[in-house]
Each structure stands twice: as structure tokens, then as C-alpha cells.
Unconditional design. Sequence first.
Length: 133
Amino acid sequence: MPDRMHLGPLRPTMTETNRSNPVIPPYFLRTPRLRFRTWTQADLPLALSLWGDENVTKFIDARGILTTDQISGKLAIEIQNQQAYGVQYWPMFLLATGEHVGVCGLRPRDISNRVYELGVHIRPKFSSPSHIA
């Protein structure tokens, strides 16, 4: 039995890429409204805009407001989770505009029992019912 669970080919495999910046990985999942890709270190500004917003972190972190170093640490953990377990809270973007909406994905909760946690962090701008529907 494997010591870690991979949920299929969740690493980027699609041919669609971000042509404006070849350093950004390709999108591996696309819905009618959203597209998803993995985090990179170059995404710190996106991470800061999401996890630096108290209206987001008050729901997900007991510390409330996070410092730049704490946000950089969260980003590093997401990247490490992708490398080690094939999952992370993947950044998602509006298909129509390319705007960063937030994150959605899995993170390891209890590796020895193969338990993962589903999480969604949405920027307030996109949390209205018209964006969710």
C-alpha cells in the first residue's frame, strides 16, 4: 500500500498556458467559468492579495491578520504539498478576465490515515451570489 495518496494526474497537463508569462505553469483544470493552476514562488503578490486580506483570513486563521512572512510561509507550504502529495489549495482564475478569484483544493490533514481537507478561500470581491452561481 502506498504511503501517500495521489488523486490522479493533478499536476499541470493541459496544453493551455499563460502566454503572457511563460514562468507560470499551465492551467490543469478548466470549468465553464474558472481555470486552475499550481502555485509558484512568483505568485507571492497573488498570495498577499488573498491571505493579506483580513476579510479572508478571519475565516481561516486564528491569527486574523497575517504578516508578509506568514503569507510567504503559507505559499511555501502549498508548493511543498504539491510536490510531496500532488495536492494543494490551487489558485483559481476567472476564465473571462484572468482575475485571481482565490483558491480551492486539498491539503493533507492526516497523512497516516490518508485524510485530506477540502478548502476554499475566496477574495471578497468574488464572494457575492452573482459570482458564486
